[in-house]
Design a protein around this ligand. Structure first.
Ligand SMILES: Cc1cc2nc3c(=O)[nH]c(=O)nc-3n(C[C@H](O)[C@H](O)[C@H](O)COP(=O)(O)OP(=O)(O)OC[C@H]3O[C@@H](n4cnc5c(N)ncnc54)[C@H](O)[C@@H]3O)c2cc1C
Length: 471
């Protein structure tokens, strides 16, 4: 699908969807709704990709994503459409405090920050998180004037330019590491922070632009909803509901696609011990997997697909018991800057962020490892991971209780990381894709890694196949 162009109307009789994460499931759901025969192929026993909810010791533990941004409406729209609207719960934003580790101490992020940009100066000035020099630099940013549109840069360059390197190291870096598992030097500001780039172009100063936007929002909007939304029974409720909606309409094949062929306008998907024929294919895979499958069909699409890097991550959910566990958990959790040289990238205090995940006497922590720290531990046993993570948490949060239950989840190269120049890479891929009839590429490599973005892309991409009009 090339965004902005009008695709040729084409209604295939059959479609093979390769990859059964939220992207592939959403596509299959749309095809099933339109009455198009569809086969969904994924090697895992359960559909849902990285979305997986587990229950342990009476707690609900998310192995992958725990929520989605309320600001982006596309997940909520789909959730309501599949009948789960009454299952949606919001984050407890009245209890939202996030801490950052600095010199071994957990220090609260000052109020009024939007990502790393202050919209109130007084809390920043009072905070012990940053040095006096960094605070003065943050305040001085208010004086910046617009200097016109600029070429794509790394997030690190952008943040350092506005607020200095300390803000990059102690705010931007840990915040991005917790979302992308990537470093700000490696990420495209145009792809990852497009709203900030727009504000920079218009106002020069991010802080002044954000303050102007907030003033306008206060005068036009009603009450604010929560920042994050999730489902009462966990994020897997959504993928289970989609799987149930397509059951009986779409065929499910459990297997790994290892090859693709296109002969006389028909596609054949080779699996390890079977094959699937279809008029069209939707690849809802990590970009490097799509590159592998498309290599015999278009050698020029593989380079740009492979140039989108993927990061690995590990989540460890740990359940403790009070009174042995003594930390008060007064906030959503903490972030760990790489400059602190620790194992963890972030930790969520789950029971504070969302209701219904655990009880007061069973604190639930969810630790997140990313980047090389995660990559080096892909083959560690769950016991070893839990030992290491629990030891670091004990040190940082100052408690001595041992976990009574735990779950680990290892995600090998599952998070796309948008490099500088990402928009040009995607435009190139879309150009090649448009020249291959019956091919659609979706997934988290292209238009946002968040669940709402993946859903939006999947629904838009399927429209030309089903003949549906824009909605
Ligand atoms: C730990 C973690 C936490 C996250 N937290 C959040 C969050 O809180 N909020 C948010 O909005 N987003 C979050 N994300 C991002 C978001 O969850 C993902 O970007 C999104 O779910 C990706 O969906 P997908 O369907 O594109 O890919 P995936 O879920 O990765 O699915 C791809 C599927 O393709 C299958 N596959 C791979 N190769 C083949 C092959 N050759 N043949 C057939 N099938 C194949 C895989 O088995 C997999 O099921 C998080 C991601 C991770 C990993």
């Amino acid at each position: 699908m090339s965004e902005g162009s009008q695709p040729e109307p084409l209604r295939p009789a059959s479609v093979a969807v390769i990859g059964g994460g939220i992207s592939g499931l959403t596509a299959a759901y749309e095809l099933a709704k339109a009455g198009i025969a569809c086969t969904i192929v994924d090697p895992k026993p359960a559909l849902g990709g990285v979305i997986r909810t587990e229950n342990a010791g009476g707690c609900l533990i998310e192995a992958g994503p725990d929520s989605f941004l309320a600001q982006k409406p596309w997940a909520l729209e789909l959730i309501k459409e599949v009948g789960l609207g009454d299952q949606v719960i919001g984050s407890n934003d009245h209890r939202r405090r996030t801490f950052v580790l600095r010199d071994g101490r957990l220090i609260q992020i000052p109020e009024g920050l939007q990502f790393m940009a202050p919209t109130r100066i007084a809390p920043v000035l009072k905070s012990p998180l940053l040095s006096v020099g960094a605070k003065l630099r943050m305040a001085a940013e208010l004086l910046r004037r617009p200097s016109g549109a600029r070429p794509d840069r790394s997030v690190a360059e952008f943040v350092t330019d506005h607020y200095g390197s300390e803000v990059n190291e102690y705010l931007a870096q840990p915040m991005l590491a917790g979302v992308y598992g990537a470093e700000p030097e490696a990420l495209s500001v145009n792809a990852v922070l497009p709203r900030f780039v727009e504000i920079e172009t218009r106002y020069g100063s991010l802080s002044r632009g954000l303050m102007a936007g907030m003033k306008q929002a206060r005068s036009t909007n009603g009450p604010r909803s929560s920042l994050f939304l999730t489902l009462r029974g966990g994020m897997q409720t959504l993928t289970d509901a989609l799987a149930a909606r397509i059951a009986g309409k779409a065929k499910r094949v459990q297997g790994r696609a290892v090859g693709l062929e296109r002969t006389n306008g028909r596609w054949t998907v080779q699996l390890e011990d079977a094959s699937v024929d279809a008029d069209a294919v939707i690849l809802a895979l990590p970009a490097y997997e799509s590159a592998q499958l498309l290599a015999p069909i278009d050698s020029e699409i593989t380079g740009p697909l492979r140039s989108i890097p993927y990061g690995s991550s590990i989540t460890v959910g740990l359940v403790y018991e009070r009174p042995a566990f003594t930390h008060p958990l007064t906030g959503f959790g903490f972030l760990v800057p790489r400059a602190e040289g620790r194992l963890l990238a972030a930790c969520t205090w789950v029971g504070t962020k969302f209701d219904g995940r655990t009880t007061n006497d069973r604190p639930l922590l969810r630790a997140f490892l990313g980047g090389t720290k995660a990559q080096e531990r892909m083959s560690h046993t769950p016991e070893k991971l839990v030992r290491e993570v629990d030891a670091e948490l004990k040190q940082l949060m100052q408690y001595s209780a041992d976990p009574v239950e735990w779950r680990t989840a290892v995600w090998d190269r599952a998070m796309a990381q948008y490099p500088v120049g990402h928009a040009a890479i995607v435009a190139h891929i879309r150009g090649r894709e448009a020249a291959i009839p019956g091919l659609t590429l979706i997934g988290n490599a292209f238009a946002g890694i968040g669940i709402p973005d993946c859903i939006r892309l999947a629904r838009r991409a399927v429209r030309p196949l089903t003949g549906a009009t824009a909605g």
